[in-house]
Each structure stands twice: as C-alpha cells, then as structure tokens.
Design a protein around this ligand. Structure first.
Ligand SMILES: Nc1nc2c(ncn2[C@@H]2O[C@H](COP(=O)(O)OP(=O)(O)OP(=O)(O)O)[C@@H](O)[C@H]2O)c(=O)[nH]1
Ligand SMILES: [Mg+2]
Ligand SMILES: [Zn+2]
Length: 264
C-alpha cells in the first residue's frame, strides 16, 4: 500500500497487494485500508452503543491480516452506560485482547484522563484508528496530534449514532521524528468480510480456536456436527474457556453470510 505524504499528513492512494489488505465493505462499496500497519485500534464508546457483531468483524479482519488489534472503550465519564459497555466486553478481555478505558474529550471528562497508557501503546507504531461514527476517533487524533484540528461532531441521540463527520482516511504524524503515526478513518456501519474463507472463521476467533482441534471431523463447521469441540462450550455468558451465546450467534451469522452462493 502506498500513501502520499505531505507536510504533516497523507492520504492512502493505492493498495498494492491483496494479502496486505485491511478490508471492509459497506452497502455501496468496498473500502480498503492498509499500510505498514502495526496495529488496529478499534475504538468504541459507551455512546453510541456499539454493535458486538461489528466489533467481532473488525477483530476477525485484523486477525486474518495478522495485524494486532487493540480495543479501546471511550467516554468513561458517562458512568452507567460505560459500565454496561465495559461488562459487555468481558468475553473479549478473556480472549486476551488488550483493552483500554478512555475519556478522550477533556471537556467531557470529570477527571482528566491519564493519556500515558494510550501514548505508550501507540508509540513508535503506525496505528489505524477504526470504529463506528461518533466513537471519538477524530477526538483521539486531536488529543494526540497538536494542531491537527480535525472536525468532530456531536452524536445524534435520536438515532443513537454519530453523524459521519470524517469522510476520508488520513494519516497524521504524532511526533516530529515521524516514528508514530495515527490514521483517522470514517466511521463504519457495516463491516463486510467477503474476503474471508468461512472455514477459516473459527481460526480467527480466539474463543473458538483452541477447541477446534477437539472436533471429530477435520472439516467441522461447528454448526451441527456430532463430536464438535466447540458446540458444547457455548453458554449464555461464555465464562472462562467458554464461548458466549452472542459470539456463537455472530459466528453462525457470518458463516451463513460467507457461504451464500450469490451475494449480489
Ligand atoms: N462524553 C464524552 N464525549 C466524547 C468523548 N470523546 C469524544 N466525545 C464526543 O463524541 C462526539 C463524536 O466524536 P468524534 O471524534 O467526532 O467521533 P468520530 O469517531 O471521529 O466520528 P466520525 O468521524 O463520524 O466517524 C463528539 O461530540 C466528541 O466531543 C469522551 O471521552 N466523553
Ligand atoms: Mg471522525
Ligand atoms: Zn466443530
């Protein structure tokens, strides 16, 4: 992938090799991001409420490209909705994903956030900041890149969604030595995974992966087969070593989506 650098930012111009694609697709078109990406920061927030399916899709896309995903939950100043969202993420913590609580908007936060864990995580790396509209991606850029002055916008309470303020993908250097880069991106609604092989899905899901070896059939789809190592582990909450009902449903829906004969 190539980007065109300018004095303080750059735009992604061309994706060269499919194996390096970080890829999503919305209803209208395919969006590809990639770079010498070191990691993807999946930024979600207490508000608007995040979709667990979209989160899982972003994680699978990162796993498939061997890009380290990190999850950050923003708007910790919101109290109760934050606690609820944090609890909803318990299965993802158990999967071993790094998870950061954030309060990115200094004006909204009752107690100013200590940004050093975030800075440490990003330091010396190129990170794609990805997430739904209104999560605070551009707010994060403004916090860490002095002078970036990226446009941000209030979320719509009526629609429980952001307003799609950012419309292009832009790279920002965090430091003068150009060791640390952040890529702001437009909020996504749908995260298509058409490039993923359905039979590989479980391998990209850390709560499924260790159990696949126990399946009786090497080509087990984990949907109905006898002797499946995955199905007996599904419980409502998942729990340590288990798989939550929500994650299993996400797997089933994705498997169905990726094995449809004609998608258009
Ligand atoms: N309460 C609260 N609001 C925040 C926080 N961080 C960001 N916001 C607000 O959330 C809203 C959306 O922030 P943006 O940075 O525009 O969100 P975005 O992810 O860039 O959205 P798109 O560009 O539409 O994809 C703005 O009104 C921010 O001020 C926070 O920590 N707490
Ligand atoms: Mg934005
Ligand atoms: Zn199985």
């Amino acid at each position: 992938m190539l980007w065109l650098p300018s004095t303080d930012e750059g735009t992604i111009e061309k994706v060269q090799e499919r194996r390096n694609l970080f890829y999503r697709q919305d209803e209208i078109r395919t969006k590809s991001f990639a770079a010498n990406l070191d990691q993807v920061l999946i930024l979600i927030a207490a508000e608007p409420e995040f979709s667990e399916s979209q989160l899982s899709r972003a994680l699978i896309a990162a796993e498939a490209e061997h890009i380290t995903p990190v999850i950050a939950l923003n708007k910790s100043d919101l109290g109760e909705p934050f606690e609820r969202a944090w609890a909803k993420l318990a299965p993802y913590r158990r999967m071993g994903y790094t998870m950061l609580p954030l309060a990115l908007n200094p004006k909204a936060a009752t107690h100013p956030m200590d940004a050093s864990p975030l800075r440490d995580l990003l330091s010396g790396k190129t990170t794609l900041v990805l997430g739904p509209s209104g999560a605070g991606k551009s707010t994060l850029i403004n916090l860490l890149v002095p002078g970036a002055l990226v446009l941000t916008n209030e979320i719509s309470q009526a629609l429980n969604s952001g307003k799609h303020t950012t419309t292009s993908t832009t790279l920002y250097w965090v430091d003068d030595t150009r060791a640390t880069a952040l890529i702001d991106s437009p909020g996504f609604q749908e995260f298509g995974l058409n490039h993923i092989d359905a039979m590989q899905l479980a391998a990209y899901m850390p709560d499924f992966k260790p159990h696949v070896a126990q399946c009786k059939f090497y080509n087990c789809t984990h949907l109905h087969e006898p002797g499946c190592g995955v199905i007996p582990l599904v419980t409502a909450a998942g729990g340590p070593g288990g798989i939550s009902a929500a994650r299993y449903r996400i797997y089933k829906d994705l498997f169905a989506e990726l094995t449809q004969e004609a998608r258009y």
